[in-house]
Design a protein around this ligand. Sequence first.
Ligand code: ADP
Ligand code: MG
Length: 471
Amino acid sequence: MDAWDYSPFWIEAMKQLAEELSEQEFSMWFSIDYDSATQNTINIRVPSAFFRDQLAKNYQARIEKKLYEISGKQLSIDFVVVKPATDENAAKYHSPKTLDSSQDEPRKTNSQSDKNLIAKEPTQPVKHPQMNLNHTFENYVIGENNSFAANAALAIAKNPGKAYNPFLVYGGVGLGKTHLMQAIGNRAFGLNQKLKIICVSAETFTNDFIEALNAQKLSAFKNRYRSVDMLLIDDIHFFDKKESLQEEVFYTFNALYDAGKQMVFTCDRPASELKNLNDRLRSRFERGIKVDLQPPSYEMRFAIIKRKAEGLNTTISDDVIDFIARNISTNIRDIESALTTLVAFTELSNKKIDLKTTEQVLKDSINQIKHSNVTIDHIIRAISDHFRVSSNDLKGKKRNKNIVFPRQVAMFIARDITEYSTTEIGLEFGGRDHTTVMHSCQKTEERLKIDPTLDITIQKIIQVIKDGSKA
Ligand code: ADP
Ligand code: MG
């Protein structure tokens, strides 16, 4: 296959267009397929010359703009007329699936991209000492929130070092960053065991470095890390605040980048929010493709629970799955541990997994999760009640004092008691910039210094939020 595989960008662009256009318009015009790509051009198969001309006239600029937004590259489109084998529609861009789930096998088409992205891989799993063999694409459930990430990851596993380098996966805890990163490594290793892969946490990298430094074996350390074909580093937020280490990472990065070797990093927030990362390293981390893993939707949670239950050799009825999916929405790790608790309990007590047992067994875990996971919505609701302003106004554009003040307090509280980043908070407050959130927090801190009653108010609201989020 060609070295320039831009099909994940294409799929993501089509997915977004499917959401923006009416179903009718989309299915009418977008029965078109990714064919191949060169460095700056994507070749798209269209069913006739008529389609080619209409698409070029009405949609080409829009698609190219979208591709630019997604990939950061100026990619142009070439429409190639090929008589179609079957028609396609928007449906395939929806509903959670795994990359190999046979019940979701895509319809047979002559589309190269489908084959590349969703078909089964005839690879044998091969254990790599630094990776977990369960962290595969086969075990990775794909939904709206991670399809772009997963497809890009798959393209990397097949063609390391080509179009997506480095690959930076970020997102909150338990959302599948480590799994996805190792899936790349496992697949690449399965395809080619000669590939030299290092997969480490940022912490291990750091410890190796310090050990080498102490033992005066720095050159061995450098040789080891700079001679790999693929370097996977988990949780790079660990490098924040570590100056001398950042220097070493920087040189390792440059050596591998210049040699066209693949790098994959995960981080718990966008690199722009690592406050103590030096700028040149930050710009390196952000040079390639960045993908953001979002918390799973209800459908996705449902699909994951079903699949994990199968993995545990238990069948769980849909009402129980629904109960878990509705009550545990934080992340996939929490879902997994709830399920393990449930299965363990029922096996030990010889009970059937029904709704009543599930409610009893998971009551505590659910309360605990809810307590530690206040959402921005909880905060907006409490602020809205306390100051008697509507949540729409809190998220809206109005700048009157009686709205601006509560809005700033809300953002301050969000920063204070949740793990959301300023970027995420800004988005929740009507798509504001993260600098606005930072400004709001500063303002509130200044006020706190001169107005002792404000602290009492804020503590009261926080209590309401915490109680409310447990309900
Ligand atoms: P993170 O590194 O983001 O904290 P992990 O990759 O460790 O999260 O994922 C937490 C758990 O959830 C792991 O056991 C992982 O296998 C599982 N998991 C995460 N995402 C998915 C997914 N899309 N499909 C199936 N399991 C997943
Ligand atoms: Mg992780």
